[in-house]
Design a protein around this ligand. Sequence first.
Ligand code: PGA
Length: 253
Amino acid sequence: MTNKFKYFIGNWKMFGNLASLNSIKQVHNFCLKFKKYTSKSKIIYCVPYTLIYFFSQKLKSKFISFGAQNCHFVETFGPYTGSVSASMLKKVGAKYVIIGHSENRFEGDTNKLIKQKIESALKQNLNVIFCVGETLKEKNKGKTFKVIKNQIKSSLSKKYNFNKIILAYEPVWAIGTGKIPKIQTVKKTIIFIKNQFQKILKVKKTPVVLYGGSVNNSNIRMFSSISEIDGFLIGGASQSSKKFIDIIKNYYK
Ligand code: PGA
């Protein structure tokens, strides 16, 4: 089953300042002009913590929502130097939060910690973008499905509100490298994730599953042929409004 909307989620990583709002305004103007695209799409920008409040105050757009790229596992406050909690994100206007990105897994986020972060985010009524995916080593050993299954099993629980969870399949070796998996492999893996989600969590709901990793305005055409992909988590290319707009345009071409 496929979902109604296609998601185009920008992950700005450690990029952007107050002036970068102009880039998002361009995307907003594009949305205003081309309703045929935007009526079928959800556009979300996951920006650095420092920009969420300013952007969400300055740009009240019915087309674009804002989110964060991570949060602390403690839901509200505590002695955690340098950290930001889900409740703090909520209060500055974030609607979404990416959790389990491989760049954070490399910095020490385990499946268990990711589970605690997801719980905190859901308690604050944030939408979670939960990233899963295999490293190159795991791929070469033929362990992709095993790794993903374990990530889902260890970080999600039956009691969660699944309407608030989006999954993103991000092969770690495809992030920021310009390399992408074979399109049939992406299709197979996305279907696997949807099936495992239903099986492990014993739910009928088909989850929203995105693809992420080196998505750009030329390879997007290939991805658009796979109806099971419910959208994209876009890193590098989302930092340019032109590239981001071209991705959306080319997707629907
Ligand atoms: P990329 O990043 O598009 O630059 O490969 C994707 C991501 O990290 O979510």
